[in-house]
Structure formats: C-alpha cells, structure tokens
Design a binder for this molecule. Structure first.
Ligand SMILES: O=C[C@H](O)COP(=O)(O)O
Length: 249
C-alpha cells in the first residue's frame, strides 16, 4: 500500500437518509486531490452503505465501522466480513476505542477480528490509543504497543492494514493532541512496526478539524487522519486537502 496520504471519515452512529445525501453531495462537489496523492475512505453506518455506495463518486472508497470476528451465522445483530465483500465494501474499521472501552472488546478479540477480516480479503483500519489516565501515568507507549502487539501476534502481512493512533482523551471533545504529541507516538509506533512487522501507514485521529489538520499533516510520521465529527461537515474537504502539505514537503 505504501505511505500514500490517507483520510478516513468515520460517521459513527449518526445521520438520516437525507443528511447522508447532503454529506455525499458535499464530498462529490469538493475538489479533492487525485488518488495519486491521497486515499479517502468514508465509513457510514451499515444501514446507509447502499445509498452512499450508489451516490458517492468512485474517487472515494466506502467502508464499514465494524464486522464480526468470524464467519457469519447465529450471531444476532452482527455483520460478517463475507457480507461486506458481497456488497462490494473492501474496508472495515476494527478496534475503535469506542468498541474497546464501551463494548469491552479486548486486545485479543480485536486481534482475532483483524486476522479474520484480512483472511477474507478486507482491508483494515485498526485503532490504538491510550486513555488520559494512562497518558498521565506515563504508559502511553506500553498501551499502544500492547494493543498493536495483539494484532502483530496474529498477522504477519501488514500491507492491508492502516494503523490509526487515536488517543482516547482527544476523541470527540475538541482536545486535539498537539502536533508534537502526535509525532512522538507515531514515530515510536513506526519504530515498533519496523522492528516487529512491516512498516506501513500510521494515521492520527482525535478532534481533527479544518483548522488543525495542516499542522498535524506536516509531521513526518503522520500519514493522514481518521476523522469523526468533522467528517460530517464541510471542513472535511479541507482535511482531505491537507494532503497537499505532504505533496509539497
Ligand atoms: O474515528 C474517529 C475518531 O474517533 C475521532 O473522532 P473525532 O474526530 O470526532 O474526535
């Protein structure tokens, strides 16, 4: 996959059909950089996948926010990797902190999910990140390394994985990590990946917006963003365009 700039829009559990159509129009009308420069992947809630896939220009990829840990069957409420592929959805987010901390998904469970999704041919964005308590205790790198290790123990080929560093304390509250904080963890993660797997794309998530994206994008080890709240707004186009910072670096 290489280190092409990568921007994911994670709509989380938001939207109505009408709102989704409006966001898709904004994306289709935005003059986004070419696919040579950037990969943009949009992640609507499951129920909106068909409408987004039908209406969104093919310059954008569509992905989901989760899938089940193994082949489908008697698992009420779950969606399988096979179903996503059947719909023509090639990407999935796994291990988002909202699933790790609210739904109690363990490092091992996330590792199993990543392994199964990759084995079925999906590409995966997987998230790691520390809580505020863990950062204040000085254990940020231990936490993100153990989250990453649970995947590395199960997966040797990382060419279809994008790793998202998302400090939990920065998500959805406007308290973005400083460029230096993001760079420090990204650089350490990249060293860890070099030593333990293959180095690939490492993106940042947590209160990224149109105003702070360029400075974050300018950091040498920040390869792009996973965006929540701002991916539902016009400023998402500015975040996509921050890829130009890398092109001109
Ligand atoms: O998946 C996206 C991240 O959780 C970031 O969300 P946010 O941009 O709303 O802080």
């Amino acid at each position: 996959m290489g280190r092409k700039f990568f921007v994911g829009g994670n709509w989380k559990c938001n939207g109505t059909t009408e709102e989704v159509k409006k966001i898709v129009n904004v994306l289709n009308e935005g003059q986004v950089p070419s696919q040579d420069v950037i990969e943009v992947v949009i992640s609507p809630p499951f129920v909106f996948l068909p409408v987004v896939k039908d209406l969104l220009w093919p310059d954008f990829h569509v992905r989901t926010q989760n899938c089940w840990v193994k082949k489908g069957g008697a698992f009420t409420g779950e969606v399988s990797a096979e179903m996503l592929l059947n719909l023509g959805i090639p990407w999935v987010i796994l291990g988002h902190s909202e699933r790790r901390f609210i739904l109690n998904e363990s490092n091992e469970f996330v590792g199993d999910k990543v392994k199964y999704a990759l084995s079925q041919g999906l590409k995966v964005i997987t998230c790691v990140g520390e809580t505020l308590e863990q950062r204040e205790a000085g254990s940020t790198m231990d936490v993100v390394a153990s989250q990453t290790k649970a995947i590395a123990e199960r997966v040797s080929d990382w060419s279809n994985i994008v790793l998202a560093y998302e400090p939990v304390w920065a998500i959805g509250n406007g308290k973005v990590a400083t460029p230096a904080q993001a760079q420090e963890v990204h650089s350490e993660l990249r060293k860890w990946l070099h030593a333990n797997t293959s180095p690939e794309v490492v993106i940042y998530g947590g209160s990224v917006n149109g105003a702070n994206c360029k400075e974050l994008a300018a950091q040498p080890d920040v390869d792009g963003f996973l965006v929540g709240g701002a991916s539902l707004k016009l400023e998402f186009i500015d975040i996509i365009k921050s890829a130009e910072v890398k092109k001109n670096a």
